[in-house]
Design a protein around this ligand. Structure first.
Ligand code: GLU
Length: 293
């Protein structure tokens, strides 16, 4: 259910508590906070903990500690995604009623084997913008009888969006408004590059794409400020917004902070972790300078 429109801009920082925050997260959090402050807007924090196997209360507590150390404050209560699986389920049901969802039975191992066999025979397999192979179309073509039998037999399955059907239903090109550090202006969205995206898994009741879309609308987010690594994913979010009748925010994808090896920082990277920098005695006030803010 979308939040009623707000007369103020609404920003959010949405980390996943599956590791410690690093300088890249600090840039995101500070930009969201500063842009909200500069526009007289609101700054929200959202805990994206749908992956119940990797997210922990310890990492969540560390997020609050690190953000407080940076001098940020945010509105309470904080939205925690694991408290809202019913909302993601309702969105999945709606897409299912629109006949855009199918049960997907292939395991990660089966997909990998299929791609490897294909590539071994010299054929390339299409990959998404993150480099992962697109989901094969086997399950999309199964009959209802076959699907029912597999489910009755207890075969574990995910639910995926039938991308082509969804695009046919929308029927018009999609775009989004971008104000970030990469391309700007009206950006054409190409969700088909992601293939039949996963909407829920047997071990995680909602996917990142589905929950982020539902939550941004539920919280009345007007401006999404996040790293350029999520630029391409915005195409999927725009498609889901359109299918679910949710208002699109304005997007601002900011530069990424790279490690000494020139790669994106990872959560296991101690030297750029905010807690590690604090423990080394770095004053919180120096973080902005390190980030070029
Ligand atoms: N939870 C995501 C992450 O930690 C960010 C999602 C978003 O900002 O849209 O990478």
């Amino acid at each position: 259910m979308p939040a009623p429109p707000s007369d103020k801009p609404v920003y959010r920082f949405a980390p996943s508590p599956n590791g410690f925050l690093h300088l890249g997260h600090a840039l995101s959090a500070l930009l969201n906070h500063d842009m909200a402050a500069a526009s007289g807007g609101r700054f929200l924090l959202r805990i994206e903990d749908i992956d119940l196997t990797r997210c922990t209360p310890q990492f969540e507590a560390a997020i609050y500690r690190d953000l407080a150390w940076l001098g940020l404050d945010w509105e309470e209560p904080v939205r925690r995604q694991s408290d809202h699986f019913d909302a993601y389920h309702a969105a999945l049901d709606r897409l299912t009623e629109m006949d855009l969802v199918y049960p997907a039975f292939l395991t990660r191992g089966e997909v990998k084997a299929k791609v490897a066999a294909n590539e071994a025979s010299g054929k390339s397999w299409p990959r998404d913008p993150d480099g992962s192979p697109l989901y094969p179309d086997d399950d999309r073509h199964r009959s209802q009888t076959e699907r029912r039998k597999l489910i009755a037999d207890g075969v574990r399955h995910a639910f995926r969006l039938d991308m082509q059907k969804a695009l046919d239903l929308i029927g018009a090109p999609l775009n989004w408004t971008e104000t970030g550090d990469g391309d700007r202006g009206e950006i054409p969205a190409d969700p088909s590059a992601w293939g039949d995206v996963v909407l829920s898994r047997s071990d995680a009741p909602s996917s990142y794409h589905l929950s982020v879309t539902v939550d941004d609308a539920a919280q009345g987010i007007t401006h999404v400020v996040r790293g350029l690594d999520l630029f391409e994913a915005t195409a999927v979010h725009r498609l889901l917004q359109e299918l679910l009748g949710l208002p699109p925010p304005i997007y601002h994808h900011h530069r990424l902070i790279l490690g000494a090896d020139g790669r994106k920082l990872s959560k296991s990277e101690g030297s750029t972790g905010l807690a590690a920098l604090r423990d080394q005695g770095l004053p919180a006030g120096d973080i902005r300078g390190r980030l070029g803010l």
